[in-house]
Design a protein around this ligand. Structure first.
Ligand SMILES: [Zn+2]
Length: 194
């Protein structure tokens, strides 16, 4: 279903961006509505997922200590912060953060890509401590993918739209102070349901 909504583009401020919605059954998740906003003027695009059954618990975590857990599916909505507490890294939702569906391995690959960008940016300075730290992180994440080391993946979503699909995943509500400390990113201002 396609419609035009009267909100400005988050990038170029053009009014009237296109909204596409579709509902689908995502394997093992149940029903989700996928929403995509597109700006015809500058090409800005934003995707998000909303569970049809309403709000899910805000906190999900799974210890990645067996290789089969790398296949666990993950729905990460645009308001979700992803953390790996053992290595003190986290990815927050930014203003243009889109939701995505992946698995644990795909999530770890996103961290590896992001850290790789930092390492390449630091090139030319071999004494850079940040670079050494980043290389150690990359090695650890590679080891997790090979099953040599374990880490915990945490999702923190104040809007309760994210999920790790695995029977050993822990889930609970977010504490108020945890929720207060999180960024939630851009929300699609849906005032009328089609
Ligand atoms: Zn635009």
């Amino acid at each position: 279903m396609e419609s035009t909504i009267g909100i400005p583009c988050q990038q170029c401020s053009t009014e009237g961006i296109t909204m596409l919605t579709s509902s689908s059954e995502i394997p093992y998740f149940g029903e989700y509505t996928q929403i995509t906003l597109c700006c015809d003027n500058c090409g800005w695009k934003h995707t998000d997922f909303i569970p049809s059954e309403g709000v899910l618990p805000g906190f999900w975590s799974l210890e990645i200590d067996e290789s089969d857990k790398l296949d666990a599916r993950v729905v990460r909505s645009s308001s979700c912060t992803v953390r790996i507490p053992e290595v003190e890294i986290e990815v927050f939702p930014g203003s243009s953060s889109s939701g995505f569906i992946t698995n644990i391995e795909g999530l770890i690959n996103r961290f590896i890509d992001a850290i790789g960008t930092i390492v390449r940016g630091a090139n030319g300075d071999p004494d850079d401590d940040g670079e050494e730290e980043a290389l150690a992180l990359l090695e650890k994440l590679d080891n997790v993918k090979s099953g040599l080391e374990s880490v915990t993946i945490e999702l923190l979503d104040p809007r309760g739209r994210s999920q790790i699909v695995h029977d050993q995943a822990d889930r609970r509500e977010l504490e108020q102070d945890e929720a207060d400390a999180l960024q939630i990113g851009f929300d699609i201002p849906i005032t009328e349901q089609p």
